[in-house]
Design a protein around this ligand. Structure first.
Ligand SMILES: Nc1nc2c(ncn2[C@@H]2O[C@H](COP(=O)(O)OP(=O)(O)OP(=O)(O)O)[C@@H](O)[C@H]2O)c(=O)[nH]1
Ligand SMILES: [Mg+2]
Length: 363
């Protein structure tokens, strides 16, 4: 999973990137010439730890999230009326966008539009993203129109119809992620990797000495967060970056002192799984490896097998399945089998979050 961190200049993107990854990328109050920051973070999962306790494997393999702090939005880009091509290209590849919005007040950090105004900033970036998508939609529609005049083709006509729908939405200020598209329509436009189709987090970067309660700030954006495939996430970048740079023991003490239940790093991972509709299943390979796998909610056993290895999907026989908790409680596979708790699931079984799967296959 790859998440792209975007936002206007100086809003705290790199500070948040550091908070979410533990990296120490340079933050600044001047823009220009930077490259994108990329980092991969292992997803901490207590279920893996509990299983490791029992099986004592040689290795434990958590899943990972990749974050990219995309360079390239500067006041210049916005004034020229569009993002750079390189910036867009990098963003096309991500699974979700995290739009960092400045709420914190700090006179030493300039704001490109003169004053802190989160609602205005959200609108500014939304417009830019919509504009980038619209350019592609229009170009493609023009092309399709020409092609369709020469020869009729049902697939192309369907694509034309779907893109028209996107065009109308974008022109009306509606993101593609908000449209209720059929599966076929989704498929017809998937290849374009539209930016406004990607699930979106609005990350409110609140100040470390924020006088207004967080709940009050969040309530102003509730309607926005209600939109399809959209979520709100609040943090204080400055504080969280400091937490991320402490060792785990110190971080725990610091979090308790601050009255925070968990670090933003962990909270954001959970929120990302939720927004993207992802679940985790686990595998225990003999005595040597326990591993977590991320799949879309609704994935079948045979599809899950295919994420491990294509052979496993091709020669799929069954998946011996048990929830991680039950496996831990019973103390191992032998005990689980003896207790009759190891279920034999077929191809169409819908994998559940926390399932431990042992795929039997034959190729
Ligand atoms: N007081 C305060 N300052 C912050 C906070 N987050 C970021 N800053 C400061 O704001 C400035 C810009 O932060 P960056 O993380 O570099 O912002 P950015 O969005 O990556 O900026 P560009 O990449 O240049 O567009 C730095 O001086 C940060 O220290 C915050 O929560 N509180
Ligand atoms: Mg930056």
């Amino acid at each position: 999973m790859k998440i792209g961190i975007v936002g206007l200049p100086f809003v705290g993107k790199t500070t948040i990137f550091n908070a979410l990854t533990g990296a120490e990328a340079e933050t600044s109050t001047y823009a220009g010439g930077q490259t994108s920051n990329i980092s991969s973070v292992q997803v901490p999962d207590p279920r893996l730890d509990a299983l490791a306790e029992i099986f004592q494997p040689e290795s434990v393999m958590p899943t990972a999230i990749n974050y990219i702090d995309v360079a390239g939005v500067s006041k210049g880009d916005l004034e020229r009326g569009g993002f750079e091509a390189g910036f867009i290209a990098e963003l096309r590849e991500v699974d979700a966008l995290a739009h960092v919005v400045r709420v914190f007040e700090d006179t030493s950090v300039p704001h490109i539009d003169g004053a802190v105004d989160p609602a205005r900033d959200i609108e500014t970036l939304d417009l830019e993203l919509a504009f980038a998508d619209l350019k592609i939609v229009e170009k493609r529609l023009e092309r399709l129109e020409r092609d369709l005049r020469v020869s009729k083709d049902a697939d192309l006509e369907y694509q034309f119809k779907t893109l028209k729908q996107c065009e109308q939405a974008l022109q009306a200020g509606i993101a593609i992620r908000e449209l209720d598209l059929s599966e076929a329509a989704e498929k017809a436009i998937r290849g374009y990797q539209f930016l406004t189709r990607k699930p979106l987090f609005i990350i409110l970067n609140v100040g470390e000495n924020q006088s207004e309660p967080v709940a009050e700030i969040e309530s102003q954006f509730e309607a926005y967060a209600q939109k399809e495939n959209t979520d709100l996430f609040t943090l204080s970048a400055q504080i969280e970056m400091e937490i991320a740079q402490l060792d785990p023991e110190e971080a725990k003490i610091f979090l308790t002192e601050m009255g925070l239940p968990e670090s933003a790093l962990n909270r954001f991972i959970q929120a990302s799984y939720h927004l993207l509709g992802l679940i985790t299943f686990l595998t225990v390979a003999g005595s040597n490896e326990i591993r977590a796998w991320t799949v879309q909610n609704g994935t079948t056993a045979v599809e899950a097998a295919g994420t491990i290895h294509t052979d496993m999907a091709r020669g799929f026989i069954r998946a011996e399945t048990i929830s991680w908790q039950e496996l831990v409680d019973l103390g191992g596979f032998t005990q689980a089998r003896d207790a009759g708790r190891l279920r034999l699931e077929g191809k169409d079984y819908i994998v559940q979050d926390g399932d431990v799967l042992t795929v039997r296959f034959n190729v």
